[in-house]
Design a protein around this ligand. Structure first.
Ligand code: PLP
Length: 358
């Protein structure tokens, strides 16, 4: 038996809807499932516009570009995030500025954003790391005072709640990923969410080769083909129909791990007013040596794990970013199996191996 870190659950409706696409030959980026999927996500997150695209990275690229951010501008992002957050900024020609994260919440803070502020700063991207949004009230207030665009990279947090608002609706614009290990998957896929209709319109144009609204096959701006297919949307729509139970299951899986391991390992600090999506169960070990030793032991038992992301500043094309402290997280963090069909007794067995090897 092998326990992967993640595998999506594909049920009957995904297959029915995909077959409907195949039978009807609506397999490209037109077809009823795109609209159904977009509406389902918009209504779940409670946001005006949901725009399906082909992955979470291009969703970020579109969100940044739609605000006219580019060469000569700076965008502050957390040093601890998936590389796509940084790359999407770089694609636009803007400069990536890396802010440290808090070692308990693993998230960006106003204090760390403020240290990176310059007259060239145009936007801040927060990542809801491992499914947990940062302190958004403080960050929103700061961005509003400093006149900065706020972008939420919610790739990992669909289903999380900050106070009364859902993740994906916590900033000027937000992005989702539907990669196979995300709360909802479409294989590859992503979405841009915003309450700003003008920005939404711009994003639809940019993702569609910059097509003029007035003249067919006339392209009055440089655009991209970042469209999602009807087949991908069919899978996503089927998943959205049972998102409540998927999220409940993820929370339950986290609770079992937490009950077994609390006090022995360091979980992410989550404020009372925040509910995480618990994208992947994650925790820190004492040091890099014990983390790596535990990973080897779990692998010997068929249990796959993942180390935390490297800090962005460790990549050769993002170096020279100042005095950053996120290496500790990256060196000691681990993701353990958290897929929805994982059974309680298997989690307890995995935890027993963890406890014996701390
Ligand atoms: C925080 C974060 N941002 C962006 C992405 C990029 O999404 P995708 O892989 O769909 O391009 C991911 C996906 O892993 C992610 O975790």
């Amino acid at each position: 038996m092998r326990y992967p870190v993640y595998k999506p659950e594909i049920t009957k409706n995904e297959k029915i809807y995909v077959n409907e696409c195949l039978d009807s030959t609506w397999i490209s980026s037109r077809g009823k499932f795109i609209e159904k999927f977009e509406s389902a996500v918009a209504s779940f997150v409670d946001v005006e516009n949901a725009i399906a695209v082909c992955n979470g990275t291009v969703a970020l690229h579109l969100a940044i570009e739609a605000y006219g951010i580019g060469a000569g501008d700076e965008v502050i992002i957390p040093d601890f995030t998936y590389i796509a957050t940084a790359n999407a900024v770089k694609y636009t020609g803007a400069q990536v500025v890396l802010a440290d994260v808090n070692l308990n919440s693993w998230n960006i803070t106003v204090e760390n954003i403020d240290r990176c502020l310059t007259p060239k700063t145009k936007a801040v991207i927060v990542t809801d790391i491992y499914g947990t949004p940062p302190e958004m009230d403080e960050i929103r207030e700061y961005c509003s005072i400093k006149n900065l665009i706020l972008i939420e990279d919610a790739a990992e947090s669909l289903g999380a709640v900050y106070k009364t608002q859902k993740a994906g609706n916590l900033a000027d614009v937000a992005t989702l990923s539907f990669f196979g290990n995300k709360t909802i998957t479409t294989g590859e896929g992503g979405m841009v969410l915003t309450n700003n209709n003008e920005i939404a319109q711009k994003i639809r144009k940019l993702m569609n080769q910059g097509n003029s609204e007035k003249v067919r096959y006339y392209h009055d701006i440089l655009g991209y083909n970042y469209r999602m297919t009807n087949i991908q949307a069919a899978i996503g729509y089927a998943q959205m129909q049972r998102i409540g139970s998927i999220i409940n299951r993820k929370r339950k899986i986290f609770e079992i791990y937490k009950n077994e391991l609390d006090g022995l390992v360091q979980f992410q600090e989550i404020q009372e007013h925040t509910k995480s999506s618990y994208w992947m169960v994650s925790f820190l070990l004492r040091d890099k040596f014990s983390r790596n030793k535990l990973m080897t032991k779990l692998e010997e038992n068929g249990i796959e794990t993942r180390p935390f992301f490297y800090p962005v500043n460790k990549m050769p094309f993002y170096e020279n970013c100042g005095n950053l402290d996120t290496e500790k997280l990256s060196d000691t963090g681990i993701n353990v199996p958290s897929y929805p069909t994982l059974k309680e007794e298997d989690i307890k067995w995995i935890c027993s191996i963890i406890k014996n090897n701390l």
